[in-house]
Design a protein around this ligand. Structure first.
Ligand code: E4P
Length: 217
């Protein structure tokens, strides 16, 4: 399973990258706004900086919602850097645009996916990635990981090539459960990635080893 970081914060991207386990980055307009990045030029420059920092796929989201606008914007985003994957929302014109991008050699990540039915449409249109939002599915009283499992199962038996990118991760346990059900990628906040490191018995064990090591110095 690949690890992407779900942020537009350069310090966090650097930290995850330096850990040596980072395969890519996902962003969205909310995450860009959180970093105070305003205006198309600033946004595009920020994407370029991220692409130069990380050797992997970087999702950059369109903000248009009509076919012509999505295509226009997606072409500009894709031209920023070869690492860019154009993130397109799961709406009617989004599906149409994903098919257009597929036919024109531009890779896409279909975002805001909450059901297996939506995921089938993404795959039919040729998206490189489908992004089920598991945390938000959990919030609405369903089981997000179960949706990831169902999508993965359908893609496997149907031979769809679209990669399942589990998004809206809220905890280290989400990451573990996504790995269990065969997600191809997990995009996570830094906190959840670092949470995987932690176990109290590791800390207790290490403290004891270091204490005992002093006896043999
Ligand atoms: C995915 O690509 C989205 O950017 C993200 O995972 C959404 O997560 P949230 O539900 O925590 O906003």
């Amino acid at each position: 399973m690949k690890f992407f970081i779900d942020t537009a914060n350069l310090a966090q991207i650097k930290e995850a990258n330096e850990l040596g386990i980072l395969d890519g980055v996902t962003t969205n307009p909310t995450l860009m706004a959180k970093e105070g990045i305003k205006g198309q030029e600033a946004v595009y420059n920020h994407y370029r900086t991220i692409c130069e920092m990380v050797n992997g796929d970087i999702s950059a989201e369109v903000i248009s919602t009509d076919f012509a606008g999505i295509v226009e914007e997606g072409k500009k985003l894709a031209a920023i850097h070869p690492h860019i994957v154009v993130k397109v929302p799961m709406i009617r014109d989004g599906v149409k645009a994903i098919k257009w991008f597929t036919d024109n050699g531009i890779r896409t990540n279909c975002t805001l996916v909450f059901s297996a039915g939506q995921a089938i449409l993404c795959a039919k249109a040729g998206a490189a990635y489908v992004s089920p939002f598991i945390g938000r599915i959990d919030d609405s009283g369903w089981d997000g990981v179960q949706v990831v499992e169902q999508i993965k199962h359908i893609y496997t038996i149907q031979g769809f090539k679209t990669l399942v990118l589990a998004a809206s991760i809220r905890s280290p346990n989400h990451i573990i459960r996504c790995a269990e059900v065969g997600a191809d990628v997990c995009t996570c906040p830094l906190e959840s990635i670092l949470g995987l490191l932690k176990h109290p018995l590791t800390d207790i064990g290490l403290a004891k080893f270091l204490e005992d090591a002093k006896k043999s110095i």
